[in-house]
Every structure is written in C-alpha cells, then in structure tokens.
Design a protein around this ligand. Structure first.
Ligand SMILES: *Cc1c(COP(=O)(O)O)cnc(C)c1O
Length: 452
C-alpha cells in the first residue's frame, strides 16, 4: 500500500468530521454521502491529489457537492468565432423574445384557445399570419425543427412515390442527418439524378413520370462545389413541374427572411425569393440565420400545408408555447429590417464592424492584463456556422492567452459560466466577434479565476 492510500480516511471517519457534518444542514444527507464517496474514490484511483488535512477534505467535498448541484444545461460564453454554433445552442434570443417566453410560460396562455370565440383554437395559428406577411407565403406551419419539417413535407406530399433529387445535393448536414436517410423514413423514394458536380434540366425531365411525387432542392449548407459544375435553379424547374403537376419542395436549410448583402453575406435567396422563384413549399430552420428558437418553418401552398397540418405526424413534431412565443416575438422584429439587424443577436454579431470587434477586444485585453494574465490581440477569421454561407469569412479579432493552450481550455471550460474558445498554433484564442458586450465582464472574471 502506498503512503497516499494509507493516508486516506474512511468514508465514515470523514462523515463524522465537524466540517462535513456541517454540510448536512445545507444539502440532503444522501448527496453529502455521495460527494464524500466520490472524492475518496477519486483520490484512491489517483484521479486527484489526496487532501492533506480535515479542512482540505471538507473543501474538496464541498466543491464536489456544489458541482452535483450545478444544472447539466448551463450558459456558456462562445469565444469560438462561430456565430451559429450548433453544439453551443445556435442562436441566442433577442430580449423581446425572452420576455415573450417568460410571459407565456409563467402562467396560462391562449395556446389552443380562441379568445374571440371562446372556443378551442389551434396552436398553429400563432405565427402563421406573421410568416405569411414576411414571406408572401399562402400559408405557414411551424414544427420542431427543419429536419421534422422536411420529413413532414415529404411524407405528406410524396409518401410511396419518388422524390427527384440531384446527386450534388445528397448532403449530410451533421449529427447523423443525411438527406437520403431522412427521405427513407418519410416514405418517399429517392430518385437520384445528374452527377455530383453537374445536373441538368434534362436529367430531371428524364426522371419524371407517373410515380414522381416531388422535385426536391436541398441547400448544400456546409460545403461548396467549385470548378466544372452545373445545377438547375428551382425557377428553371417550374415549367417541368407545371407540365406534370408536381410540387417543388425547397429545403433552404438556414434560411433568410431579409437579404444580408449589406453585411457581406450574399448569394442566398430569402424565403420570399424562394417562393417567388416557384417553390411550392419552402422549409427552413428557426434557430439558424433567422435568429429565433429551434423550430422548422414550412411555407407555401395552402392545400399542401393544410394536408401537413392534418397529417398525424404533425402531432409528434409540434412545438410548445415557449417556442411559439419566442418565434412570434423574433418574427415581429423583422417587420422593420433595421430593427431586426440591431435587436436579433446573431444578426448583430454578423453585422458588427471590425472596429467594434477590435474595440471590444482591446478593452478586454487591458482588463485581463491588469489581472496579471499576458495576452495579445490577433486578427482572425470568424464564420457564420450552422451550414449557412459556408465559405464566408468574417474578419474578427481574438485574444491569444499566453501559456499552455490545453490547460487554459480546460480551466475556462470549468469556469462558471464556462468559456469555450479555440486552440490555434498552440495558443488558446478567444474570438471576440461572438462575445457580446454584456458577456465581456464575465469573460474577464472567468480568465481571472482560471489562471494558475
Ligand atoms: C440545418 C439544415 C437542416 C436541419 O435543420 P434543423 O433545424 O437543425 O433540423 C435541414 N436541411 C438543411 C439544408 C440544413 O442546412
């Protein structure tokens, strides 16, 4: 037996010590016992150094107990420079969206109640009017996410029939979401046309027949094709679709409600553009570029949307009141595009000038240095994320912390709130484009506590 092991007190000895007995006043006995057992077993396994005296044991158990009280899901400061980071919860919500969530979630609401008539209403009414107004769609339906929107649309429109899709759009979005696998689950049969790099209208025309249910267009999202390429725009598919009376379903992925050319993000259609170009149904996410809660928006022809609403699958993809409240408040900001760009956090981050980001980085660096941590400013390239504008490069500025990058990463991930940066060339970078001004003080405090 090593010296360390011999020095480990038994669980019952520790539970008898005054410091640990005091913890029974602040936490249930079973949790205290679990915390003691946990610390003892980690010391035994060599996962942590053995506390030297009773006071140190008490501190170790108290820390363990506090950690067990911390919620599993908690706030994180995103210093990665990826604005829409799927692992970090995608879009932060606008203040008015947060207020709307609190207002409906803290009490009862008219979620499925028609206040004018005093009868049962439908949850699907709540965002439909705003979506029609903002996109020109005949009708709209909100479900749990874009993946659900796609399955519901395909299942309703093309179950048992073929969905014609270019081989260049057979994408994997991430997190095991692959278009052909989703399609199989929806009951539609995939009919691949064209080649990976080039697909022509004639390829679609040859594939269309009595068993065709839908012409599908899918946004490539997380990659770009360059070189010898050709694809068919939805607009060019319209005559073929009309001739055979087949709907066109366009999965926009991230999806825009307003153009973002003025902040350097161009080349993507808005939902309104996609519908005007002839898509029968458009689907898009609520928590990507739109900047709202996780949701899937289905926009387009009334008769198909009515059929989707009546599809029993819709029940399993339905959204709750908090989502609808956040989405409605976010959509309302789009009535004035300038307000949307200012108030919706993701749009504000994407649109912030490099001078704004640099100024924030300079203030942050000064505070960190005066706390005794060496750091320097480096020019970086931030990105949009979530499969939107995959090749766009957003100029940004990061703080590079002096010292072991892996140690800094681990220590900042353990901070409260946790800070997630990125390691580059052996240094930890904290990209300031994705850290809003309101989080700067917390970031500085986290660096202060995480230093050696
Ligand atoms: C992101 C994405 C989806 C999935 O959206 P979720 O809202 O995450 O379900 C579907 N299709 C495309 C093209 C996407 O980019």
């Amino acid at each position: 037996m090593t010296d360390v092991r011999r020095a480990i007190p038994s669980v019952s000895t520790l539970l008898d010590s005054a410091g640990i007995r005091a913890l029974f006043d602040v936490a249930p006995r079973t949790l205290v016992v679990d915390a003691v057992r946990d610390v003892v077993s980690r010391v035994r396994d060599g996962a942590r150094a053995a506390p030297e005296d009773e006071e140190e044991w008490t501190r170790a158990v108290t820390e363990r107990l506090a950690a067990s009280h911390r919620p599993s899901l908690r706030p994180v400061i995103n210093a990665t420079g990826v604005v829409l980071h799927t692992n970090l919860g995608r879009a932060p919500l606008a203040p008015s969206a947060l207020d709307a969530v609190a207002a409906v979630a803290s009490g009862y609401s008219n979620l499925e109640y028609d206040l004018a008539a005093g009868t049962r209403g439908s949850r699907y009414e709540h965002c439909a009017g705003l979506l029609r107004e903002l996109t020109g769609a005949e009708d709209a339906l909100v479900v749990n996410n874009c993946a659900a929107a796609l399955v519901l649309a395909l299942n309703t429109i093309a179950s048992g029939r073929e969905a014609v899709l270019s081989r260049g759009e057979l994408v994997e979005i991430g997190g095991s979401f692959r278009i052909h696998e989703i399609m199989e689950k929806s009951g539609a049969r995939l009919r691949e046309v064209g080649a990976t790099n080039r697909t022509h209208l004639a390829d679609y025309a040859r594939a269309v027949g009595p068993s065709t249910g839908v012409l599908l267009k899918v946004h490539r999202s997380n990659f770009a094709v360059a070189g010898y390429t050709a694809e068919v725009e939805p607009r060019a598919l319209v005559p073929l679709a009309r001739e055979h009376d087949i709907p066109i379903l366009h999965d926009l992925g991230s999806g825009l409600l307003i153009p973002l050319d003025d902040i350097g993000l161009s080349g993507e259609p808005t939902a309104r553009d996609a519908l005007a170009a002839g898509a029968t149904i458009v689907v898009m996410s609520g928590d990507k570029l739109l900047g709202g809660p996780q949701a899937g928006l289905i926009l387009g022809a009334e008769r198909f949307i009515a059929a989707m609403r009546a599809n029993p699958l819709a029940r399993s993809y339905r959204v709750d009141k908090m989502t609808l409240a956040a989405l409605e408040a976010t959509l309302a900001l789009y009535r004035d595009p300038d307000i949307a760009r200012r108030e919706i956090p993701t749009l504000a981050m994407l649109g912030a000038s490099i001078e704004t980001v640099r100024g924030r980085a300079q203030r942050c660096a000064a505070a960190i240095r005066s706390a005794g941590v060496e750091c320097e400013l480096v020019d970086t390239v931030a990105s949009v994320g979530a499969g939107a504008f995959p090749t766009a490069e957003l100029l940004s500025v990061a703080l590079a912390l002096a010292g072991d990058a892996e140690r800094w990463s681990a220590a900042l991930r353990a901070a409260d709130p946790a800070v997630v940066g990125r390691v580059q060339d052996g240094r930890l970078l904290l990209d300031m484009r994705t850290v809003p001004d309101e989080s700067v003080a917390a970031l500085i405090a986290a660096v202060g506590t995480a230093r050696e």
